[in-house]
Design a protein around this ligand. Structure first.
Ligand code: ZN
Length: 81
């Protein structure tokens, strides 16, 4: 099953994700949060998706299954855009 996942959904480290974003290699929408429990509804009515809930696990982040939003557990940066 794992081989059917798009490459960008393959498991990887938080550092890899931040590296890719910082170098503009991917247009991931990174959201810093202070709580492990997050929810996502996509990016507005046009690009939205059913509300889904995630719990940020050990890697320190979770990628939304529907959109390219990445929630990163980082209390110090939470709330910043
Ligand atoms: Zn989403």
């Amino acid at each position: 099953m794992a081989s059917q996942l798009p490459a960008h959904k393959a498991p990887r480290s938080l550092d890899d994700i931040l590296e890719a974003v910082n170098h503009r290699e991917e247009t991931l929408d990174v959201v810093f949060v202070a709580n492990r429990n997050v929810s996502c509804v996509g990016s507005g009515p046009a690009l939205g998706h059913p509300k889904v809930f995630y719990t940020i696990g050990e890697p320190g982040y979770v990628e939304c299954m529907y959109c390219d939003r990445v929630f990163v557990l980082d209390p110090e940066r939470a709330g910043q855009s």
